[in-house]
Design a protein around this ligand. Structure first.
Ligand SMILES: C[S@@+](CC[C@H](N)C(=O)[O-])C[C@H]1O[C@@H](n2cnc3c(N)ncnc32)[C@H](O)[C@@H]1O
Length: 271
């Protein structure tokens, strides 16, 4: 059963090129997202599958997918789309699982110098990439160029000023790297999940901050889904409960200043 938010229940079905989803905000409301960021981690993939299915989006590009894209080639095929894995780093793309197409370019860079054509993709997705970009405004502009008319993008990233990410932002890279390596051994150099420097340019959970920039990039249908809470203190009893209470209160009061993560979703107009 589809979780569509439809323009009109009587609208002609079957035309997969028609904009059946009234707005990205209605699409997300129908998915009943939770306030805690665990919902975002648990539902990132199925939100993409639902977008692809409900809007007929077939050519999917994962920005900064590198060694760890969201889907294998089999999973993409099973769900009826092609996945092209982008990354700025050829070394990361060399680790992309077999069977997936790759595209090496800088999402913030000059696209005329990249081997990618405007309008190439129906859906562009990214997870834990935007916080590493030096120029997120240019990235959104490039996404607008690379999307086909009616195409959608979903970026999932951590946000300021959640205290845990504010600390990562303020501390020198060496210090924050040491803390992350101590808490998460898999993220040590040479481990399977390395830590990349975080910049947090435009990484906010407040739609009032993001919407004018996304309008300038060319988008009108915009949805910012804020999340609160995180798992960094899970192994620290006391701190974990205090932090959870803080995040619960921030979510209850809709305090977007303290979001920890966001899904930012945009749709390119058809003409
Ligand atoms: C933290 S990793 C995230 C990888 C994967 N998306 C995941 O969820 O595990 C960030 C990735 O973004 C890539 N990246 C950084 N800047 C980029 C840019 N300007 N354009 C494309 N990819 C970029 C990095 O090379 C790296 O593979």
């Amino acid at each position: 059963m589809s979780i569509l938010a439809v323009d009109s229940p009587g609208a002609a079905p079957a035309d997969r090129s028609s904009p059946r989803v009234a707005s990205l905000s209605r699409f997300m409301a129908a998915r009943e997202p939770g306030w805690h960021s665990q919902w975002a981690w648990d539902h990132y993939e199925d939100t993409i599958i639902a977008l692809s299915r409900d809007l007929g989006l077939r050519r999917v590009c994962e920005i900064g997918g590198g060694r760890d894209p969201a889907f294998s080639a089999d999973e993409a095929a099973r769900n009826g789309f092609d996945l092209i894995v982008n990354d700025i780093d050829p070394g990361e793309l060399a680790l992309t699982p077999a069977g997936l197409e790759t595209a090496c370019f800088d999402i913030t860079g000059d696209l005329s110098k990249a081997e990618v054509r405007p309008g190439s993709y129906d859906l562009m997705i990214s997870r834990m990439v935007f916080e590493h970009l030096h120029d997120v405004r240019s990235a959104w502009g490039n996404i607008h160029t690379l999307l086909a008319p009616g195409g959608v993008a979903l970026a999932f990233f951590p946000t300021l000023w959640a205290p845990v990410f504010a600390l990562n932002h303020i501390l020198p890279e060496k210090a924050s790297r040491a803390i992350v390596h101590a808490l998460f051994p898999a993220r040590r150099d040479g481990g399977g999940d390395p830590k990349f420097p975080a910049i947090y340019d435009w990484c906010r959970g407040n739609p009032k901050i993001l919407t004018p920039m996304l309008n300038e990039a060319g988008f009108d249908d915009i949805h910012v889904q804020p999340f609160w809470g995180h798992g960094y203190f899970d192994r620290m009893p006391g701190l974990k409960q205090a932090d959870h209470a803080f995040n619960w209160l921030a979510a209850r009061t809709g305090t977007t200043f303290f979001t920890t993560y966001a899904f930012v979703m945009v749709r390119k107009a058809r003409d």
